[in-house]
Design a protein around this ligand. Structure first.
Ligand SMILES: C[S@@+](CC[C@H](N)C(=O)[O-])C[C@H]1O[C@@H](n2cnc3c(N)ncnc32)[C@H](O)[C@@H]1O
Length: 277
């Protein structure tokens, strides 16, 4: 499965991406029990328990007074943290549902942000507007990811920072999905790229090698990339809103987590990219 990767052949468009995430925002079915303040707080606690690296990467504690745009706010937990830290904040998402959740969450906490439904590929902000553009697990869902990255570059001030998590192709999540849908589905010719596009989350989801990610961010300087083993790679959580079943339950019981952490730390799904304009 390693080596050169075949282009995504699954046809996709933004409407299908929108419809997928508008049916349930990311983590909504698994971790959000209701829509009052307690429920949003409890979803955020679970999020940071499962993904403890988010806070350090996002730099919530260094956000005071900075002009920050978050692309793809989802349920709004990270957006809340930026608002609490005192950022001058704007947030967009492709779906009405995510913007409603985030607006409700912030209102329940007496926080504010300029929130709007919007498209990462056509940001409705002037050039050079932000000190930081932050986007966690979003840009790979948009059909034209290079266009979205070029928009991140455009709306950043000179010297501003982009922080984005996108999916890493050579991950244990990808391998498990390939075994489940290509090998056990008797279609071993399906490429890893097709597997991500069809089975991970919204239709057309992409994942990148480190070299591909560097090319994606080649207009930026000081690009640093870190791979993180996720709760999905380690089978430490529910695998996502699309994946359940006895095989997964069995794998969860026998998964060699200690060995994976020790010997395969580079096979994580999350690629954390920090880059300067
Ligand atoms: C996996 S969720 C991540 C949400 C949130 N950042 C989080 O970490 O929970 C992906 C989000 O990206 C949004 N999205 C996908 N394509 C987008 C686009 N072109 N512009 C803005 N948001 C987009 C989806 O609506 C969805 O809310």
């Amino acid at each position: 499965m390693a080596g050169s990767m075949v282009r995504v052949r699954v046809t996709t468009d933004k409407q299908r991406v929108h419809d997928f995430w508008n049916e349930a925002a990311c983590g909504e079915n698994l971790y959000l029990q209701g829509t009052d303040r307690q429920n949003y707080e409890s979803q955020a606690r679970k999020r940071y328990e499962l993904e403890p690296y988010i806070a350090g990467f996002a730099g919530f504690d260094r956000a005071r007074g900075k002009r920050i745009l978050e692309i793809g706010v989802g349920l709004g937990a990270d957006h809340q943290r930026f608002a609490e830290a005192g950022a001058v904040l704007a947030g967009i998402d492709l779906t009405e549902r995510a913007i409603e959740h985030t607006a409700r969450r912030l209102a329940a906490l007496g926080l504010s942000s300029q929130l709007a439904v919007g498209d990462a590929e056509r940001l409705d902000f002037p050039d050079g507007s932000f000190d930081l553009v932050y986007s966690w697990g979003v840009l790979h869902h948009s059909p034209d990811t290079p266009k979205a990255v070029s928009e991140v570059w455009r709306v950043l001030k000179h010297g501003g920072t982009a922080k984005a998590m996108i999916y890493h192709a050579w991950s244990l999540v990808g391998l498990m999905l390939w075994i489940r849908y290509a090998l056990l589905g008797l279609r071993p010719w399906l490429s890893l790229r097709e597997i991500y596009a069809r089975y991970l989350e919204s239709p057309g989801t992409k994942a990148y090698s480190v070299a591909e990610a560097r090319r994606l961010f080649s207009a930026f300087s000081d690009v640093s990339i870190r791979i993180v083993l996720t709760h999905g790679d380690l089978l430490e959580s529910m695998a996502g809103q699309r994946h359940q079943g006895p095989l997964l339950s069995l794998a969860r019981k026998i998964w060699p987590r200690v060995l994976i952490r020790r010997f395969l730390p580079e096979l994580g799904l999350f690629m954390l990219i920090e880059a300067r304009k």
